[in-house]
Design a protein around this ligand. Structure first.
Ligand SMILES: [Zn+2]
Length: 684
């Protein structure tokens, strides 16, 4: 390869170098030229991004910009093949450029180690490209790029993988479905009471073990706990229940002090007795207290059954048979609650798997693991009080602790137990990223890109990779836009202002909405994202300058009529020299006026509630819905309902709060990722 590279460099531009001969023969002269001269933006240099960049440079794409804000981590190296061990901690985009350039030195690659949401990558930046390819791992950035492409009218290829599943979606703004035309599941916080009092799935127990119990005993003093409980009351969760949770928390602080003290003294016997006290508190006393709140159980068919340490240590539970269940078996369903005489002696697990991590642990196993892991963690915590522990799925003691404590809770609540391996996946929110899936998707992206660049939109396909059906790879023509979409059914007006400090909000409203769009009869509301800047009853801001309103290059102002009868108008601001001396210049050839908003007919209304949307999503066999992850994250629907344009699903607080070690890089990523940096749904 090196010899080809050097000979073609020496040849300069004289002839299409030998390396392009095949590409030219396959694509045809014209299509090859389009490919070679097109300007391509690749967003993301991770799992798909690395494969994609390699494909692009080898196919003959000549002008590529790549952007990623991440740095390389050891765990990337099993699939992000542009990176090697010596690149760890270096920016992904920069190293990806270096490695890919060595495959084909004729390619011009510009790399940005940056966040795509920075103002400098505004609509005018996007307009400089013929095609944008998304290789992102989070919903928030995907939705952002989708919106920028819609606003700038640039075609987008959206992609994602989850395990063996994957997809490629071609998006032609205004003519095909955009990324936000279909609702997306967003991870959601679990209500406090579900985690703390009424779990019903394994993930509830794992979140409890990892985010609550672990933190209570070994983590940083959780000052947010009281706030969280206050907020839960404000949110309408059961006040009496929250009150007793506060009491529980206080007891827990006492126990923690005793545990640390015993571990400091190195008194094994005392440590064991405190660990026993913890066991009886969380699996017996707290459960008995909950059972005393009768109204809590009136609508729940199955009540929890307390575990007593002395019985549990002998493998005896009042919850009925606790034989290891076969993989995926439903939880034990005790119709009328458990009866005391159902107590049974534990038997060895039926699961024949001998791998320690993949075996469902018996009650006794879990109790033993509880004793050993809690003691080990207590000793570590006591050794350095200034350095509280935080959960790390790769820390064996921590993972043992979360495995056994969540399983014991599952036994109490008649929920499926999970193996250590499963707990690791769920607690670490890992859906395995698979190199070959990324490779297939990256290949599909290039095929679709070739169709788009040669103008053959009729040949583009929405590609899905699914397992369990006859075809692993399927393709469908892209669908029509959803008339209810809150992104691509809006109007976008790019403007150039002479100065951000001189032009006022009123100038923009008058020039764009009233003059250009004829909305002078309407009562107007002006938003910056979800923030209302002005409405008919609040005009104080109108005379302020754009700078004073916190707007900058690339900001998008949204203007709607008060009744939201018309499509929303998004004014995309850039700063430019307006030669004519105008303060504001409309930078679009034709101005599309807002049309009456799509109104649902009666028939539509009948099936427009959220439940139905979720049901449709579940039935549609599209990987983006990440049904594999649905058991991990509860669902909300975002996208079609027009709330405010930038409204996002909230991050999984239960998970986030436990991670005390947030590096600046991670923090920046969390800010970019918004919805799911640390959530269950991972597209890589
Ligand atoms: Zn749309």
């Amino acid at each position: 390869m090196a010899s080809i590279a050097s000979s073609s460099t020496q040849n300069g531009t004289a002839a299409q170098p030998a390396r392009y001969a095949l590409a030219e023969a396959i694509l045809g002269k014209e299509a090859f030229l389009q490919t070679n001269t097109a300007k391509i933006l690749v967003v993301g240099a991770g799992g798909i991004g690395c494969e994609l960049l390699k494909n692009l440079v080898l196919t003959g794409f000549g002008n590529i910009e790549i952007i990623d804000l991440d740095t390389i981590d050891l765990s990337n190296l099993n699939r992000q093949f542009l990176f090697q061990k010596q690149h760890i901690k270096k920016p992904k985009s920069i190293v990806a450029k270096q490695t890919a350039s060595s495959f084909n030195p004729l390619v011009n690659i510009v790399a940005h180690h940056a966040n795509i949401k920075e103002p400098r990558f505004g609509v005018s930046y996007f307009q400089g490209f013929d095609l944008v390819l998304n290789a992102l791992d989070n919903l928030d950035a995907r939705r952002w790029v989708n919106k920028m492409c819609v606003a700038s009218g640039v075609p987008l290829l959206e992609s994602g993988t989850t395990g063996f599943r994957g997809q490629v979606q071609p998006i032609r703004p205004g003519l095909t479905e955009c990324y936000d035309c279909q609702p997306k599941e967003t991870p959601k916080t679990f209500p406090v009471c579900t985690i703390r009092s009424t779990p019903s799935t394994p993930i509830h127990c794992i979140v409890w073990a990892k985010s609550w119990l672990f933190t209570q005993l070994f983590g940083a003093d959780d000052e947010t706990e009281e706030d969280e409980l206050d907020k839960a009351v404000a949110d309408g969760e059961d006040a009496q229940e929250i009150d007793s949770l506060r009491k529980e928390a206080r007891e827990m602080r006492d126990i923690r002090a005793a545990l640390v003290e015993a571990a400091k003294q190195g008194d094994q016997q005392r440590v064991r007795s405190v660990v026993e006290r913890i066991f009886n508190k969380v699996y017996k006393n707290d459960i008995e207290r909950l059972l005393g709140m009768e109204e809590m159980w009136t609508h729940r068919p199955v009540k929890p059954v307390p575990l007593v340490f002395q019985d549990a240590v002998n493998g005896v539970s009042a919850a009925g048979s606790e034989n290891a269940q076969p993989e995926g078996a439903p939880a034990i369903q005790a119709d009328a609650g458990p009866s005391a005489d159902a107590a049974t002696k534990s038997q060895p697990p039926q699961n024949a798997s001998t791998l320690k991590d993949q075996r469902t642990l018996s009650l006794q196993d879990n109790v033993e693991l509880f004793l050993s892991s809690t003691s080990a963690l207590a000793v570590r915590a006591a050794a350095d009080l200034s350095n509280p522990l935080s959960f790390d799925k790769d820390d064996d003691d921590a993972l043992d602790f979360v495995t056994c404590t969540s399983n014991l809770r599952s036994i109490v609540y008649h929920i499926d137990r999970k193996t250590r391996f499963q707990v690791k996946q769920m607690a670490g929110n890992i859906i395995p990223a698979i190199a070959s899936t990324n490779a297939i998707i990256a290949g599909m992206l290039v095929l679709q890109a070739l169709h788009i660049l040669s103008g053959k939109w009729d040949k583009t396909r929405f590609i899905t990779l699914t397992r369990g059906s006859d075809r692993y790879i399927s393709g469908f023509p892209p669908a029509q836009p959803n008339p209810k979409c809150g992104v691509c059914q809006d109007v976008y007006i790019p403007i150039e202002v002479s100065s951000l400090t001189e032009v006022t909000l009123a100038d923009v409203v008058d020039r764009v909405a009233k003059e250009a769009l004829g909305m002078d009869e309407e009562d107007l509301v002006v938003y910056d994202g979800a923030r209302i800047l002005a409405d008919p009853d609040f005009e104080d801001n109108l005379e302020k300058s754009l700078t004073e309103m916190g707007l900058q290059q690339g900001s998008i102002l949204t203007i709607t009529d008060e009744d939201q009868r018309l499509q929303a108008v998004n004014v995309v601001i850039s700063v430019g020299g307006t030669e004519s001396g105008e303060k504001i210049k409309i930078a679009a050839k034709d101005v599309k006026k807002p049309q009456p908003r799509y109104v649902e007919s009666k028939a539509d209304e009948d099936d427009s509630d959220d439940d139905d949307i979720v049901a449709e999503v579940a039935e549609a066999d599209v990987p983006a819905k990440a049904t594999a992850a649905a058991s991990v994250a509860s669902k909300t629907v975002a996208g079609t309902k027009r709330s405010r344009p930038d409204e996002e699903g909230s991050p999984d607080q239960t998970t986030l709060q436990s991670s005390s070690a947030v590096t600046p890089d991670k923090k920046q990523k969390l800010q970019q990722d918004g919805a799911n940096a640390d959530s269950a749904i991972v597209f890589d």
